[in-house]
Design a protein around this ligand. Sequence first.
Ligand code: PTJ
Length: 247
Amino acid sequence: MTGIPKTHPRYHSLIARENIVEGVNKGITSMQGLVAQGRGECFDYLLGERTVPSALLAEKITSALLLLADRPVISVNGNTSALVPEKMVELASVTGASLEVNLFHRTEERVSRIISHLESFGATRVLGARGDGRLDLEHARAIVDQEGIYSADVVLVPLEDGDRCQKLVEMGKTVIAIDLNPFSRTSKTATLTIVDNVSRAMANMISYSQQFEKYSQEELEEIADHFDNSTFLSEAVGELMENLKNQ
Ligand code: PTJ
């Protein structure tokens, strides 16, 4: 790992790069994941590397949705397992969600490495190795666990690649995407999209979920009531344009 001083103005971004590279070296992140991270960094830069107000609201709503769900699942891929392993384990524990490994560039070896990696951060049970359920897709993201994503009512999909998101929505699930690109197919097809860096989004959702743990069902429903994904996307685009104008 390159020594990055904490005083560096882009410390968090550089550490994320180091973590992704380490993920590739450990065999948990795909090489393609490096490219995806670069695209994310670019959008993050344009957004000012901060959580914009609409994203914070989406994170608040998501926390309520996860707590209200009967069978919530957090989908894990090679990028998120390198970037935010401990945060995913913590969010799952606070909200009662299951963690399930679901990969686009799937190999059974990578699935089991990611499971062990999450276990090293305290996860007790990670789904995804069984792969006994199928979504109607022609690539490996179709392989899911019956007791996990297949039967989930709410699925959190950080850094997704489009058509699985659509398929899950068609199956009647509430699908929440985390994607720094407000123009992506995933962002447009999810029930709700958090346009934020997965690292900041996870941290905010952990604190909201801790705060909401004692809330009644009615209070949570009030938070999660009536949202329109297109408003969140246009507000993110508005923030991006404003940021560009002010350069
Ligand atoms: O581990 P696998 O095999 O499942 O593959 C994972 C990747 C991410 C490689 C795969 O899902 C993929 O190719 O995704 P895409 O199509 O590149 O989409 C990823 C989206 O996430 C893009 O819109 C990026 O802008 C966005 N993104 C990248 N890094 C971050 C991010 N969003 C939030 N936080 C990030 N750190």
